[in-house]
Design a protein around this ligand. Structure first.
Ligand SMILES: [Cu+2]
Length: 144
């Protein structure tokens, strides 16, 4: 983290003195970080509202706005995925891109009947996906 803080300071300095910045300062993903659904799997049928538990290994959860090494916070994508371009930007915040900036590790989700896709994306303290992105598989659930 010291390294990344220094990197961001240097990036800011570079911007202030007019050197073009190549990219936003994405946080490097810890090598073994994995995000996953604990209690749901692809093909499950659920009754709304339903609980979704967010699993994370290889790093820790911290609230948004807290810069702490090897931590991030969960985002739940509902019937949405992120394009390569979106994976380099702060994650949108709307009904399909839900932030858990308090450091929550589960949520109760209400969805209309039918098939829906769910995916977890870990964001850094500034809501940017890591590089490379830390994504769960996309799962499809059927809401009764
Ligand atoms: Cu966020």
């Amino acid at each position: 983290m010291m390294v990344f803080s220094a990197f961001r300071r240097n990036l800011l300095l570079a911007m202030m003195i007019g050197i073009p910045a190549i990219a936003l300062a994405e946080t490097a993903a810890p090598p073994n970080a994995v995000v996953y659904f604990i209690n749901l799997k692809d093909g499950d049928t659920v009754a709304s509202p339903f609980k979704v538990q967010f699993g994370l290994s290889g790093m820790g959860v911290a609230p948004a706005g807290v810069e702490k090494a090897n931590t991030g916070h969960h985002h739940l994508l509902i019937d949405a995925t992120l394009s390569a371009e979106e994976l380099k930007q702060p994650i949108a915040s709307d009904a399909k891109h839900v932030h858990f900036g308090g450091g929550q590790t589960e949520a109760t989700v209400t969805l209309p009947p039918g098939q829906h896709t769910l995916q977890l994306v870990l964001g850094d303290w500034t809501h940017l996906p890591f590089n490379p992105p830390i994504l769960s598989p996309v799962i499809t659930v059927t809401v009764k």
